[in-house]
Design a protein around this ligand. Structure first.
Ligand code: AMP
Ligand code: MG
Length: 514
């Protein structure tokens, strides 16, 4: 398809144009400027009854925005898409992607719009984007809309990840639209405003590679490098270096997911960022009892995106990025050059498991309270996980209770195991390893890296149901407060730290694309 919107396409999106908003963002829209041909200019749909359901005041402040003004009616109109701030240049971005292993040459923003970029107080370039803002030329059969529940899920999981120190896109606001969105049933509609280091994905590269549009592909690689790896700009083999940088970021990211029990649920190549941020909290969930085969997504029948498969999928996705970058590394008709380029990218892809293992072990050492690196550490961590798996022990609480053990009381940890005695030989090894290293501050250090509160599935569902079905945002606010201090073991957060009843977890399913 051509990326020029026709009047007919424009007409299908909305009836009225958004009015100017009096609220000020200082936009500087490099994507629109640098990558003509990579997007379609488009307008958000206007909605009947904007109402602010969530505003991220801390993030607003980070972006240099006035949270107090955004919290008012003008903020609701803006975050619902009815008004647009000066300088916004809304676009639907083009991208492709492998979904569950099958390639779709054209996905793109079917219900999202990038409004533009702002430089935050720290000088970082951040995308401001809508999700659920109506149909676009990329909508295919979809309605372009989003429901309150899934958009508030993005709020909860994104803020939890951020508080856990895991790179993530974040919700700036969620506005109710006053419209019903038809899914399995009718749900209240909402628009999410999402902030991201960028929305460049593996699938963005695939889109232009699949079309043989080398000029845009080249411009895209230069753009990605300027934005995420400026030190690589102008270096020889820059596309290869970009691949290496993305591989390193993804290795670190997925290791962090694994160390908190996070299951993304839909690691399609269009949901893997170049920036290394986690994106698209759809059918994601946190593991309770430790089992690498855990999968919650209702559409993931083969377990492709199961917890334990995530590092393999990350590598698979990086191989797709490598393929998309190859045309920039060698011209198709220069066979020796192609061979050389293939060998170079293969080396990066083959290195990924080691990069990942290193990142995982680094995180595990911290979670075990170890400050030095010793040869047996990986085995110590593996044996610990094997114990958790054998007895289906809650992943989060087990790590957390290591802190009590470090402080001299292993009973709370043993109590998590049906057969606590099975833990003793491992505990003795760990204690010996710790003693050899010394350091009296271990318990406090463990409490600073092993969270007490994660977004447990039953609590997330409870908060989303209250908001979506009963218009009650109080449970969401309470959960959010606990998630924002995940390492504080305060009495008020106890109900958020407790695992769900096992029968509930056994039947738990998450849903995509709602
Ligand atoms: P996701 O599974 O949310 O990452 O989306 C995959 C693709 O489906 C993207 O191209 C989305 O824009 C598109 N999509 C998802 N939901 C909708 C919807 N309700 N309307 C239009 N497009 C959608
Ligand atoms: Mg997506």
């Amino acid at each position: 398809m051509t990326l020029t919107p026709t009047p007919a396409r424009r007409a299908l999106s909305h009836c009225r144009m958004p009015a100017p908003s009096p609220l000020r963002f200082t936009f500087d829209n490099s994507y629109v400027r640098d990558l003509p041909g990579a997007f379609v200019r488009w307008q958000p749909a206007t909605v009947p009854a904007p109402r602010l359901l969530f505003l991220n005041e801390a993030l607003a402040d980070e972006l240099g925005l006035d949270a107090a003004t955004l919290a008012g009616p003008e903020g609701a109109a803006l975050f619902a898409g009815n008004t647009l701030p000066e300088g916004a240049e809304p676009i639907a971005q083009a991208y492709a992607g492998h979904q569950f292993g099958g390639f779709s040459p054209q996905l793109g923003d079917g219900r999202a719009l990038l409004l533009g970029e702002v430089l935050d107080r720290a000088g970082r370039r951040r995308d401001i984007a809508f999700k659920g803002s109506g149909r676009t030329p990329f909508s295919r059969g979809g309605d372009g809309k989003a429901a309150v529940g899934p958009m508030l899920r993005e709020v909860l999981i994104g803020e939890a990840m951020h508080a856990l120190g895991i790179p993530t896109t974040r919700a700036l606001a969620v506005a109710g639209t006053g419209e019903a969105v038809q899914r399995e049933a009718a749900f209240p509609g909402a628009v999410l405003t999402r902030v991201a280091a960028s929305h460049l994905r593996v699938g963005t590269f695939q889109y232009f590679a699949a079309r043989g549009d080398l000029a845009t592909l080249r411009a895209l690689a230069a753009y990605a490098i300027a934005r995420h790896d400026p030190a690589l700009a102008g270096t020889p083999d820059a596309p290869l270096a970009l691949l290496r940088a993305v591989a390193q970021r993804q290795a670190t990211l997925v290791a962090q997911w694994m160390n908190v029990g996070f299951i993304h649920g839909v690691m399609n190549t269009d949901n893997m960022t170049i920036s290394g941020e986690t994106i698209d909290y759809g059918p994601c969930a946190f593991m309770e009892g430790y089992d690498p085969a855990t999968v919650f997504s209702s559409i993931d029948h083969g377990g492709r995106y199961a917890y334990g498969n995530q590092p393999h999928i990350a590598r698979w996705n990086l191989a797709r990025l490598a393929e998309a970058l190859l045309p920039l590394m060698a011209s198709e008709d220069d066979e020796p050059a192609v061979q050389r380029a293939v060998a170079q990218v293969t080396e990066v892809i083959d290195e990924f498991p080691a990069l990942y293992a290193q990142a995982l072990l680094q995180g595990q050492r911290a979670k075990l309270g170890l400050r030095t690196a010793q040869d047996g550490d990986a085995t110590l961590a593996e044996d610990w996980l094997a114990l958790l798996q054998a007895q289906g022990v809650d992943f989060t609480l087990a790590w957390r209770r290591l802190a009590d053990a470090a402080a001299g009381d292993a009973n709370p940890l043993r109590a998590l195991f049906a057969e606590g005695a099975a833990l003793n030989p491992w505990l003795a090894r760990w204690a010996a390893r710790c003693a050899a290293e010394g350091d009296p501050g271990r318990a406090a250090r463990l409490r600073a890296v092993n969270p007490w509160v994660i977004p447990r599935n039953h609590r997330v569902e409870e908060a989303l149901a209250a908001a979506s079905e009963h218009d009650d945002l109080a449970p969401l606010q309470r959960l959010l407060a606990a998630l924002r201090s995940p390492f504080d073991e305060s009495p008020s957060s106890l109900r958020f730290a407790e695992p769900a009843p096992p029968q509930l977890t056994a039947g738990y399913q998450t849903f995509c694309g709602t």
